[in-house]
Write a protein of this length. Structure first.
Length: 266
């Protein structure tokens, strides 16, 4: 009867609508079948990033290989390059064939590989190999950027929103926990225990990342408690507020939930 104890929405209506619309943009252009049928919620655990490594390069290679697989783009010509050998040049336009739409597959390698004399190169921050969760989030964002750039599909809001939209696309591809935990708003530290150089350089706020994560869980039918247990403790209440705001926005989420790819899932 009274709503005086109802939680305040996490985001403004405008910001929430942009994230809803960006998910719709991603579903329309970046393989909704992959999203609904195979995309997983990537957790910062040995289940998703197995193996013991003993060097910065080994950490980077292991995390990059796993991240690329989970994006469903292992068939793309992407190459990890050591920072010392990386040339900071605009990536080549590969003129890939998307006549049948963008196809992704994170479950196996049945897609025919794209070949190119000029692979899309990605490098990494050596400091970030000490924080594999942040490293994977960074890789996911770089891969999402390459995906949008090569398809030449303009994000909602135009090119000026390229970086924020591709962060949402990384969440769409399953990396919402990692993106949320690495979307820092506090850059201070406590002496030697803090290394600012290891942080991911985020575009969107923690609240926006958590809202996108909550929307991912709702669309995928994933118990949000699974996400919550891996989130930083102070973000868990934000996840609850985001879920409530999403559930209250039926006019925004209903068109996404009504997509035939989702209806066909048992």
């Amino acid at each position: 009867m009274f709503n005086i104890f109802k939680a305040k929405p996490l985001l403004t209506d405008e910001d929430a609508k942009w994230i809803f619309n960006t998910f719709d943009w991603a579903l329309a252009h970046f393989d909704s079948e992959e999203f609904f049928q195979r995309t997983q919620l990537i957790e910062p655990s040995d289940k998703f990033f197995p193996g013991n490594v003993d060097s910065h390069q080994a950490v980077a290679n292991t995390v990059f290989g796993a991240t690329l697989k989970y994006t469903g783009l292992s068939h793309w010509p992407m190459q990890l390059v050591h920072p010392a050998a990386f040339a900071s040049l605009p990536p080549a336009f590969l003129n890939l064939d998307f006549s049948a739409g963008v196809k992704r597959n994170s479950a196996d390698s049945t897609l025919l590989p794209f070949h190119s004399e000029h692979p899309l190169t990605i490098t990494y921050n050596l400091n970030q190999t000490l924080k594999p969760e942040d490293l994977s989030a960074s890789f996911a964002h770089y891969i999402a950027q390459h995906l949008v750039a090569q398809t030449q599909i303009t994000p909602l809001g135009g090119k000026q929103l390229f970086a924020p939209a591709t962060e949402i696309l990384a969440v769409f591809m399953g990396f919402g926990i990692l993106m949320s935990n690495s979307a820092y708003t506090f850059r201070g530290g406590c002496g030697s225990c803090y290394n600012a150089a290891a942080n991911r350089h985020a575009c969107l706020s923690e609240d926006k990342m958590v809202f996108a994560l909550a929307l991912f869980c709702r669309l995928k039918g994933i118990n949000p408690d699974i996400a919550s247990k891996h989130l930083k403790k102070y973000l868990r209440s934000s996840l609850k507020r985001a879920l409530q705001q999403i559930d209250d926005a039926k006019e925004q989420i209903s068109p996404l939930m009504a997509r035939p790819e989702l209806i066909s899932i048992d």
